[in-house]
Each structure stands twice: as C-alpha cells, then as structure tokens.
Design a protein around this ligand. Sequence first.
Ligand SMILES: Cc1cc2nc3c(=O)[nH]c(=O)nc-3n(C[C@H](O)[C@H](O)[C@H](O)COP(=O)(O)O)c2cc1C
Length: 399
Amino acid sequence: MAKIVLGVSSSIAIYKACDLIRALQKRNHEVQVVMTSKATQFISPHLFQALTAKPVLVNLFGEREAERLEHINLARQTELLLIAPATANIIAKMATGIADDFLSTFYLAVECPVIVAPAMNEAMYLHPRTQANLAELYRQGVVICEPEKGYLACGEEGWGRLAEIETIVDLAQKVLASREKWKNKKILITAGPTREPIDPVRFISNRSSGKMGYELAQEGRRRGAEVILISGPTSLPSPYKVKVIRVETANEMKREVEKYFDEVEVIIMAAAVADFRPAEVMNSKWKKTQGVPEIKFVLTEDILGYLMVHPLRQEKIIVGFAAETENLEAEAKKKLKEKGLDLIVANNISCPGIGFEADFNDVLILDRYGQQIHSGIKSKREISQLIFEAIEAYREKLT
Ligand SMILES: Cc1cc2nc3c(=O)[nH]c(=O)nc-3n(C[C@H](O)[C@H](O)[C@H](O)COP(=O)(O)O)c2cc1C
C-alpha cells in the first residue's frame, strides 16, 4: 500500500480517472487527487472527493492556510506521483520547470517517483515539441506510460490514446516495487571511452560514445538507487540526480572506482577502458617537422583485475561488458568465468548500426548461474532496463 497523488489535467480522457482511482484503491493504495484548474471545467472536484474521501487540491493559494502549505507537506509524504491523463500542456510545464499551479509546483517539490500517462490527439502527441518535452521528462527521471494507438475522442484513429487503466496500474506497481528493491542502495557505473595522452594535444581513444552507461545510470536512478557515474570524455549531458565524476584516462578511472568501491553494492563496468597507453607523455607538442613519432605502448592498469581480488569482492555484484566480433556466446561465457564476474553483457560489434556510437544494441546477458537473456535489437534505453531486470533476478538468487 502506498500514498499516491493522482494529478489530473484537462484532457478529454479525464473521465477515465475515476476508473483509475478505483483500480488503485483495489490494490490498497491511498489516493489523493490534485487537479489543474482547467480539469475542473470538465469534471467537478466533488466527484473525485467522493471517490477518495479527501478534499481535492487545485489551488496553490487555497482558502485554508493548511492548503497553502500542502504542496510541501504532501510532497514529503507522497510515495508516487502519477499524472493521468497528462495534457501536452502539463508535460511542457513539467519539462521546463514552470510552476504556476498546484500540480506543476508539486512536481518540482516531490522526491518520489513520477509517472506520466499522456493523452492527446495524435498531432499534438507527435509534435516535435511534445516529443522533446517527453524526452526531457524521461531525462529528469520520469517514467512515461506510453499512450496507445486507437480511437481518439476527436473522432480520429491514431497515437495518443491514454494507456489502458490496467497498464497504468501495473506500471505503478512495478515502479513502487523497484523502489523498494533499490532503496538506500548505491550503484557505481563506468561509462564512455578513456583518453590516453600522447602529447598535450593528441591522444588515443576508442569509439565508445558513453550512451549505454548513461542510459544505465538513468535507469538506476529511475529505479530509486543512488548512482555514481564515472565517465570518460563524452558529449552527453549529466543525468539528473546522478553523481557524475568525469575522468580522462584509464588510470584516473581506476582511481575513482577504487575510491567508491567500498560504499556501493553493484558495479556496472560499461566503459570502454583503453588497454594500452603511450609509455611516456610528451611534454610539448610533437611537430610534423620532427618526422613520424615512434610511440611505445604499455598496458593500462586493469580495473576489473583490481576489483576481483578486493577483500570486499564477495559482497558486491559486478557486471562486465564484452564487445566481441565473433562467437559471442562462447566468448561471453569464457570472459564471465575468467574474470569472475557476476553478470556479463556481450554484444557483437561487427554488426552495422548497433553497438558503439549507435542508439541501438543487440546484447546477450549472462549470469553466473547460467541465466541467459538475448535482447534482440533494441534501444539502449530498453537494454538498460533488461540489464537491471537481470541484475534484480540475480540478486534474488543470492538471497
Ligand atoms: C474538449 C477538449 C478536449 C481536450 N482534450 C485534450 C487532450 O486530450 N489532451 C491535451 O493535451 N489537451 C486537451 N485539451 C486542451 C487542454 O485542455 C488545454 O491545452 C489546457 O490549457 C490544458 O491545461 P492543463 O494542462 O492545466 O489542464 C482539450 C481541450 C478541450 C476543450
């Protein structure tokens, strides 16, 4: 049972909010309704008040003093903020931080998970501005309950229909359950390439974009874990509410991993760490007139090797990545065993359009107990969800 605030905005799908309240109550959740003032033009707050046995909150500057401070008090107690139906307008306000009514102000005040279930006409939903706003909300950690395709109130067929009530309620259950699983847990994620300097202006690096590690960091955060992201150089913005530590070289990355290793429970090594670095870094720029330089390489320090012999190793779940060009399954199994990992995520980098730099990937996730998940081609966002599901399943086997 959780304390859920249901934010209701002025979409034509508002009539479905009654069924949603009932469905949440059936699962023993306590529901408090907050409406936008335009929503009250569709349905009187009295209806929701009767269904929930609680006064509906609409105004930030309500008549009662208690009501005026409610957005902060309530924010502290709320375990889930669910906005359904969510108009294009409330989504835009949340994305940009506009706080001009109770609901939009409340969004900024809560620390709990937030689910948004959009409902609108197809053109509004597919408008690049709405899509960009939804992407921004996702980046802020909001879980989006995607609308469905079907008959819309405007008389058209298309995308934008509010997700089915059962779908919304199931998602709420899932979000609440995963919060329980990751409450007070810390995760360390490495991401991106490393850069090994040759001289003050040149370096060797690799094609990792960091996208997979950043998606994992967002997903971990969304599930309620505290996330520390140790990132090599990337052009990606820092995920919200994630502690980001930026490093350049493999050795710097190792130092930071060592620093945080004790305090985390799960370590996901998604960075493409350089295996070699120039033995010496030149103090000044090597000039063309000096001819072609001869660069001697040495091995970088092995981060995984260090972790595996750490006295606290057995208390941690360590997830490694393997980029292979052939015999994916056999190579992944070999690496899982040789490196002593708990889980491994292997992908075939010889396939065009997936893997390095791409938004999509196709991975095989293996755990030490022989559990295998083949993702098929999916977005890195979806793959990060699968990886977390595999970690959660693995954790359950340990207990
Ligand atoms: C009959 C009617 C139906 C509407 N349905 C929707 C809808 O389904 N989705 C949406 O985003 N906006 C819809 N709108 C527009 C919103 O009500 C309008 O953008 C409003 O300013 C949103 O305010 P709010 O987000 O504060 O509730 C509808 C408007 C009317 C008059």
